[in-house]
Design a protein around this ligand. Sequence first.
Ligand SMILES: *Cc1c(COP(=O)(O)O)cnc(C)c1O
Length: 373
Amino acid sequence: MTISSFQPPKRTLMGPGPSDVSERVLQALARPTIGHLDPAFIGMMDEMKSLLQYAFKTENELTFPVSAPGSAGMETCFVNLVEPGDKVIVCQNGVFGGRMKENVERVGATPVMVEDDWGNVVDPQKVEDALKANPDAKFVAFVHAETSTGAMSDAETLVKLAHEHDCLTIVDAVTSLAGSPLKVDEWGIDAIYSGTQKCLSAPPGLSPVSFSERASEVIKNRKTKVQSWFLDMSLVMGYWGGGAKRAYHHTAPVNNLYGLHESLVILQEEGLENSWQRHMDNHLKLKAGLEDMGIGYVVKEGERLPQLNSVYIPEGVDDAEVRGKLLNDFNLEIGAGLGALAGKVWRIGLMGHASSEDNVNFCLNSLKEVLGK
Ligand SMILES: *Cc1c(COP(=O)(O)O)cnc(C)c1O
């Protein structure tokens, strides 16, 4: 049997990620591969750092993309900052807080869980109670935009509380970056990680991270070796932070970095605040259309993520059948529920390039047809 080239179908991606990648970014990916220590490539890496600083609203020196998806950015934060025996307050209000707990345990540290129901935001009062009850805690970790439920927690307040109790913060911004207000320096976030395939609309496979001065000091003063060789910042920075003297650590995913660079250039052209506003505007249009169809949201008004619309599946409707029809008849992907919400909700993404009025209308019309409305 001869296997020929793979030709993916052309879909519209309105799930929890990856989101649609624009033609411009796809073309950037197809540019010639060059050496990852080539001076031309190193110039691109320097630009990448300032573009990411722009997107995160930070001046943190230690800002770069980890060569692996969002989960690796998460792990980079935990393995570099947390040492065996440390106590970490972990907020869980969906799937991704549970992964933070896993990371803390695998480092040999102790998680103190602050739990909220799926669909709710992280309750600052519970976090304050946990901080008071655990004066020896060193970190507070939480998810800014919980993609599994569509809830956006108040990052500014949570960081402030953590700092009042001398804790550093580790923040998951995989889905919030470029989609909703996020101000790393103004809010004082210490360690943050994101992903490329959500509101940046680049292909999956890279994880932008940023560490404050305070977090960098903690990493420098570790008593134990980071147990992951690949994610050890002291080694990775010889490559990303080495200036002209960059040393080989691993081969950077050259073409994927072209894609991220292009998507960040597009973000800069649009303007970060304009991108936040576009995500909100399209969310409100989608919400109005869904409510006309009698479809309601999981998350309370005012706590919803504009880029991830978690809505209840109407009574008597077959979840898998509807998503299957949307995919097969309309080439439209929307997301299924995860964990506690599996089978109960759909997750409609309006992320990055996919957050457009055309997509809102396309999704509403396709859904109406499939539901026979
Ligand atoms: C998607 C996502 C991740 C994981 O990112 P991957 O690129 O799939 O590894 C982590 N946290 C949140 C909130 C996410 O939405």
